[in-house]
Design a protein around this ligand. Structure first.
Ligand code: DX5
Ligand code: ZN
Length: 236
């Protein structure tokens, strides 16, 4: 957290210019947990590291928690993009912020007051993101885009890596892109689930700024080269 390079990049999230676009956010859900530090070091060209937190309630799977997040933060200067797939996220955000999260993303389906949580996160000095599951209409939450730093559109049902990309979710991306552009808002659009060489260009064309990729990075023999390739395919 004290690395000046990291602070500089963090400061630009949600800003009008982001020199590192397109942003690839490798999801460590698909990494080798017995060699997590080594896998993270392989993708030092990404810019962000996506940390998927699953509680076995909001989604039917368990992943890791604040201790692993802290350990990840200790081995990288990249932005930690922490995706909370948990019930009652407001009860846990402080732990993830203390663990080194730079951007905290929660699900609107998991809380009664998403607006208050975005405001709380921003007041705590981290970037605030919200996410919608595939069945959740984005139209119901567009007003949150005014205050959020990031909108995460799920292109699979959250809970597991390696699922098939849902192309219909690109309509949501287009809706948010139009809203952001019309109002001149600084929020970034990120997409998560099934993003890979065959899908990333379409997501970029629909208006995404950031792309989570798990199996399309850590499932490859050369994750570093996979990140470069995804960046190239997302550069329009
Ligand atoms: C799914 C997670 C994703 C997952 C993506 O619930 O939020 O971040 O790791 O994995 P891939 O890229 O393999 O679909
Ligand atoms: Zn995720």
């Amino acid at each position: 957290m004290t690395c000046s390079g990291k602070q500089r990049v963090v400061a630009s999230i949600g800003g009008m210019t982001l020199p590192t676009r397109p942003i690839i956010a490798p999801s460590i859900l698909a990494a080798n947990y017995a060699a997590l530090g080594e896998d993270i070091a392989k993708v030092d060209n990404a810019g962000w590291i996506h940390v998927d937190i699953m509680d076995g309630h909001f989604v039917p799977n368990l992943s890791f928690g604040p201790d692993v997040t802290k350990a990840v933060n200790g081995v990288t200067d990249q932005i930690l993009d922490v995706h909370l797939m948990i019930e009652e996220p407001e009860k846990w955000v402080d732990e993830y912020i203390a663990a080194g999260a730079d951007c905290v993303i929660f699900h609107v389906e998991a809380t009664d007051n998403p607006r208050a949580l975005i405001e709380a996160l921003k007041s705590k000095g981290v970037r605030a993101g919200f996410s919608v599951k595939p069945g959740t209409p984005i139209e119901d939450y567009l007003d949150l885009v005014d205050i959020a730093d990031l909108v995460l559109i799920m292109s699979v049902e959250p809970g597991f890596g390696g699922q098939k990309f849902m192309p219909d979710m690109l309509d949501k991306v287009r809706t948010v892109r139009e809203y952001i552009d019309e109002k001149g808002l600084p929020a970034l659009i990120e997409i998560d689930g099934g993003v890979g060489e065959g899908t990333i260009t379409k997501a970029a064309e629909a208006g995404c700024d950031a792309f989570v990729a798990g199996s399309a990075v850590f499932g490859k023999d050369d994750p570093h080269a996979a990140v470069d390739k995804l960046k190239e395919l997302a550069t329009l």
